[in-house]
Design a binder for this molecule. Structure first.
Ligand SMILES: [Fe+2]
Length: 379
């Protein structure tokens, strides 16, 4: 028997407006969206709670945090994957692009290789129907590394790689244009400062000179081979955006300046910013504030980045800034789904996947009252 569920008397978050209405779900699909406060027999009365599409997260390194909860701790992977999956479900995320870094530096014993093995383990759990939400792979390709080409070759179209981002974290540019911020960051992360820091910078610059251009070309080719969308990362200048557009990139992760974000829009590239940046009112690397881009109309998509629960909170906050709740929520639903070609979700409409969340605002903070992934209650 196919189960039916009706969420009625809800404030439905549609792509362009919020309306009082109900949705009917049958067998994992939304089959009907109706307006009006009626609560049919057998329906759940949401008493005005928001009902929105489940959130679509394109860039989170949350899985890494569960695998390595402290430096040098390698937590049992199956347990870490299940905890990560459940944590995202609990924050309203029903589709995730798990961001795994490829491109390691074995000679400096920095960045171990982990993506290939970890994704295989996640996939095994998915095949056992042990995961609550929908997972895709986002390969974060670091061109300033030694092993990027080898690691790209370990993946293929069967790995459901939805996104490949072209990253270049060579010191002195992009995210780390401000070297004093980089030193502060690395002091905290690796305990590097003074001469050790200077040596580290020189090593990475030499590595970029040696491998960078070749890695860039190979990453663009690999994305085509996977059938994945290609994203830029930390673009800072108009020239960098122009190069990104030339690669066929349609999504920019975390452009670091107003100039770069504006240029992305000139090239038809969607701009994604970090949700924690919206909540904190500043970037942790000292780059442009997401709120400033939002006010200028240069922000399209939010990513929870390193705080899963920031996604819904920041979308609601953007709704406030723009004076348009539906517009705020669209940055974490329809727009991210669209940029990666997932047209089966991200919107409350008949025929869409029943990825749905129910929540109420409590003093500016969304509190979830239910999360469904393909019609199945997951939180
Ligand atoms: Fe970055």
């Amino acid at each position: 028997m196919t189960e039916e569920m009706i969420l009625a008397n809800a404030t439905l978050v549609l792509p362009d407006e919020t309306v009082t209405g109900s949705i009917r779900i049958v067998g994992g699909t939304i089959v009907d969206v109706a307006t009006g406060p009626a609560v049919p027999v057998g329906a759940t009365d949401c008493k005005g709670d928001y009902v929105s599409p489940g959130l679509v997260e394109l860039h989170t390194d949350n899985l890494e945090r569960h695998i390595q909860p402290r430096p040098k701790v390698d937590w049992p992977h199956a347990a870490a994957i299940l905890a990560h999956d459940a944590e995202l479900a609990s924050t309203g995320i029903t589709t995730v692009f798990d961001a795994l870094r490829i491109g390691s530096i074995p000679s400096g014993q920095r960045y171990v290789r982990y993506a290939r093995g970890l994704w295989r383990e996640l996939w095994q759990l998915r095949e056992q129907d042990a995961l609550k939400i929908s997972h895709f792979l986002h390969l974060r390709a670091e061109v300033c590394s030694e092993t990027l080409a080898e690691e790209l070759a370990e993946f293929g179209p069967e790995d459901r790689v939805g996104l490949v981002s072209l990253m270049d974290h060579t010191p002195g540019q992009r995210q780390f244009r401000d070297m004093s911020k980089l030193e502060t960051y690395l002091k905290g992360k690796l305990g590097l400062e003074g001469d050790g820091f200077m040596q580290h910078v020189a090593d990475l610059k030499a590595m970029r000179d040696r491998y960078g251009d070749r890695h860039e070309v190979e990453t663009v080719q690999a994305a085509k081979r996977f059938g994945a969308m290609l994203a830029s990362h930390d673009d800072t200048t108009e020239e960098q955006v122009r190069v990104s557009a030339g690669h066929g990139i349609t999504l920019a992760e975390f452009p670091t300046t107003v100039e770069a974000a504006r240029s992305c829009h000139d090239h038809g590239i969607k701009v994604m910013m970090g949700a924690p940046n919206v909540i904190r009112g500043a970037s942790h690397s000292g780059n442009v504030a997401a709120q400033d881009l939002a006010e200028l109309g240069h922000l399209d998509i939010l990513s929870s980045d390193y705080v899963p629960s920031a996604l819904l909170l920041s979308a609601a906050r953007l709704g406030e800034i723009w004076g348009d709740f539906a517009c705020g929520l669209r940055t974490v639903t329809k727009t991210p789904a669209g940029v990666v070609g997932l047209d089966d979700r991200g919107e409350l409409r008949a025929g869409a996947r029943a990825d749905v969340i129910r929540f109420r605002m409590r003093d500016g903070t969304p509190a979830l009252n239910g999360v469904w992934s393909r019609g199945r209650r997951v939180a």
